[in-house]
Design a binder for this molecule. Structure first.
Ligand SMILES: NC(=O)c1ccc[n+]([C@@H]2O[C@H](COP(=O)([O-])OP(=O)(O)OC[C@H]3O[C@@H](n4cnc5c(N)ncnc54)[C@H](OP(=O)(O)O)[C@@H]3O)[C@@H](O)[C@H]2O)c1
Length: 337
């Protein structure tokens, strides 16, 4: 068991909720002036360890250590949360007190890992449910299982999505590929949003967040099918916002720029692996070069990270985010400006 797992287990022992912070004496004993005491401040909710010496205890980053249970009592379904952005969103909602339904398609092991992290490390409740989001039956079953496990559902985040790593121009896009992308990205978000509109709690706290992409604004060549599939999501979400009038359920879109996940790197990989290419350092340098190009376009000169998006989603689904409604929030560090 790792130190952090041990600490989380310790925090859970005898507490229905973990204490906000635990100070662990890791090594050494206080000298007469107390300076040799080594401490670790451990935040069970944020899953972080902060080292500090006793003589600097006042300088421990209290801001970082501040915990929040703002979603206590809320139930959240996060599709595509076995990996990438969805995973981080599930962990973040879990660490803020929500009971989370981790929806996955192929990576059962990774989905269970997320569930365990929420349960053990964040002292929350979570279950994993397999579903193909493009199947009405599967999505209904997700909502059924969520209600069985946790009761009324408050939050739906649709993060499941695919990007065919071919970067085909439209004149090279097959109807099969077009349909595949729309089936998961558009139909999947539609089916789950429709179910949410019927079943989310009414009268306050209901939230739908659909994940789109900044390529809808950037209109990058090679992303025709993908961008169109996400543009449709942005449009129906705005219509849904109006149709939800009177229920106090908000519906928004969060549209990330390039985020360092499997999807991004799979895309870059395939982009450089052209027919006839030979697997040499020169070829793989192409991946690095592409990442550098993406970074260079960004005012922060870095890729987005899943936590950049999860932090925004947390705000949108929280009570403080209620006035944010019917919006497409492009979160790309300014790449698109
Ligand atoms: N990464 C980026 O640069 C970026 C930028 C803009 C927007 N986005 C959008 O952000 C969202 C998340 O992307 P990501 O980068 O986190 O992708 P990712 O790392 O490839 O993860 C995709 C997730 O979607 C799930 N999924 C795929 N097809 C599914 C289906 N038919 N039914 C249910 N689940 C399915 C996968 O489940 P399994 O692994 O269990 O199969 C996985 O959990 C997507 O909507 C994507 O379009 C990503």
């Amino acid at each position: 068991m790792s130190l952090s797992d041990f600490l989380f287990a310790l925090c859970r022992e005898g507490h229905s909720r973990p204490p906000p912070m635990v100070l662990v004496l890791c090594q050494g004993t206080p000298t007469s002036d107390g300076e040799a005491l080594e401490t670790w401040a451990f935040d069970p909710h944020m899953f972080r360890l902060h080292g500090s010496r006793s003589d600097e205890r006042e300088t421990v980053h209290q801001g970082d250590l501040a915990t929040s249970r703002k979603l206590e009592g809320r139930v959240a379904i996060v599709t595509g949360s076995s990996r990438g952005i969805g995973r981080e969103i599930a962990l973040t909602l879990g660490s803020n007190g929500a009971s989370v339904v981790v929806v996955y398609q192929g990576h059962e092991d990774k989905a269970h890992e997320v569930v365990e992290l929420i349960k053990i490390n964040q002292s929350g409740k979570a279950i994993a449910v397999r579903a193909d989001v493009s199947s009405e039956e599967d999505v209904k079953a997700v909502f059924d299982k969520a209600e069985e496990a946790f009761g009324k559902i408050h939050i739906l985040v649709n993060s499941a999505g695919i990007l065919l790593p071919l970067y085909a121009r439209l004149d090279d896009t097959s109807v099969e590929d077009w349909d595949r992308v729309f089936s998961v990205n558009t139909k999947g978000s539609f089916i789950a949003s429709r179910e949410a509109a019927k079943r989310l709690v009414r009268g306050g706290g209901g939230r739908i967040v659909n994940i789109s992409s900044s390529v809808v604004a950037m209109l990058t060549p090679g992303y025709g099918a993908y961008a169109a599939s996400k543009a449709a999501v942005e449009t129906f979400t705005k219509v849904l916002t109006k149709e939800l009038k009177g229920r106090r359920i908000t519906a928004n879109v969060v549209a990330p720029g390039a985020v360092a996940t499997d999807m991004l790197f799979a895309g870059i990989d395939a982009n450089v692996v052209v027919p006839g290419a030979v697997a040499t350092d020169m070829l793989f340098a192409g991946i690095e070069a592409t990442v550098q190009r993406i970074k260079a376009l960004n005012p922060f000169e870095r890729l987005g990270e899943p936590r950049d998006i999860a932090a925004l989603v947390l705000f949108v689904v929280s009570d403080e985010g209620e006035w944010m409604n019917g919006q497409v929030i492009r979160a790309d560090g300014g790449s698109e400006v």
